[in-house]
Design a protein around this ligand. Sequence first.
Ligand code: ARG
Length: 615
Amino acid sequence: MRETKQDEFEKYKHEVDESVLTAIDSTKRSRKYVSFNDYPWAKLKNELKKAVSEVTGETPEQIELTMPPNYVAGDFSLEVFSLAKKLGEKPNVLAQKIAEYINQHELVIIEKATVVGPFINVDARKQKLYRIILSTISEMMWYYGESDTNAGKVVVIDYSAPNIAKQIGVGHLRSTIIGHALSNIYYETGFNVIRDNHIGDWGTQFGKLLYAYLNWGNEEKVAKNPIEELKKLYIKFHEYAKENPQANDCARELFARLDAKDSELIALWKYFRDLSVESFDKIYQQLGVRFDTVIGESYFADQADAIVNECIDKHLCRKDEISNAIVVDKIGDIPSFLLKKQDGSSLYITRDLATLKFRIETFNPSVILYVVGSEQELNFKQMFALAKLVGYLPQNVEAKHIGFGLVLIGGKKMSTRGGTVIELQDLIYTAIKKSREILLQKNPEISPSDLDYVSKIVGIGAILYNDLSQSRIKNISFDWKKMLDMEGGSAVYLQYTYARINSIQKKLIDVYGDVDSNQDNEDITFASNSEFDLAKKLMIFPEIILQAQRSDFPHYVSKYLEELAQLFNSFYSEVSILKTEEKKLRKSRTLLIKDVALVIKKGLFLFGIDVPERM
Ligand code: ARG
């Protein structure tokens, strides 16, 4: 009897275990890494580092190298402020010495240096550098941007994490979008990434849902429109319980039975869970998002007691004499919190502690990211603090809460009562519909199948880019005009730039036949400043990806892409590739724009955004 009781749940746990094994496998699969040192940007930096170490006798880990604005003479600018401070030297004296060294030696990329205060302005051997940049990108192709910086390390990224029997809300949408982008960005820097969807599928609220379903549920209705119906039932319970408070006790009892894995209730719960996951998947598919594991809170419910007991043994919490709840007292300036409710049921934070312990034991990560709205900041502070004390979070693992702002409608937080809740599916439909309109306006000749395809990727792109193109800490809203602005600041601007480059390439083929940009690297050349500037911008793409990863701010990538597209557009208004008679130069220019298109495509890919070949 007892065995059959456990069956359903054990079966489900077994399925999860299988997915976990596959995920572990994926982190062990061998992967070819691009060495960061092979990038022109790294080669340039290494030349400078060598100069610094020859002069000072010390090899710096990092040097502050930037691309200065146009009014500064020099292609790059090296700032020696912090280096001088470390060495106890005057910045301008140190700068002078390094510049002297550079000017007296024959370097590969760097031609000469001049000093302005604590800055060393560096001039590159331009044709040579240009050649190196373009040939590196055409060699690496789609791998351009990847690096071995974090090779061999594992990161677990916890994102999306909606709650079952409810719609995915806009907060979960933000988590989904940001988490997906961070997963791609981390991967790009060498990390093995575990994409974990920690769905909310346990907790006392399921006692209420079970009560409602058992009393008023209609199987057919739920099967037809699961999330909608389950939500209605849940609301009905709350209305009913206002008049009939004893329903709350019944719900608590039902949850206790669920918690004890009563077979009838587990079957129902599993049914709700499956329906919910199915409906989440529909949204994920449209957004192009995937996960390695969907473990969920339920998996950890059984471990909550052991966690609490360990904390009691280690004197990290206590039983409150009056309420019987388990309390963790203040840790430093972090406020006190509960580990177990007075009715003995486990809590979100307790299940999260079990999850953290599991993740560390299972995946051996160096980093765990929790992509969850900023309103849960305190929860994560408390969880991490206790995890450290009890020994679940060792020093060599970094657990980070990646918070983000709200979604505002008309300047206000969405509210069910105010009737300003957006359904995700509606949002996606609206985005696609609006994209259709502007695409038709721009190109009335577009074929129906192109229009279908392009409006989808432009619409989805608008939603993703709107979220990722500004600091995640900020609140966002849906300003369609801005989100679909062809002139800039939007995904469609970049998608359009990409498609434009494609059509230029086609024209080149029409006019010159084979424009195969493959040519001897020695023949690569440029004639105008704008094309050299463009190449310099392409050069720092791998560094931008690293910046986005280190800071957990994807918007560094979009800022970069927009600047790149602007540089391309000014290059293109200045230079006509079609009218470039000289063959080597024309081929070089063809190669340049091909590389620009590649980097735009790759950058948008990191955001989960597709590009259309034409539009
Ligand atoms: N389901 C939770 C919520 O909607 C988010 C879970 C985030 N992940 C975590 N490990 N706590 O609030």
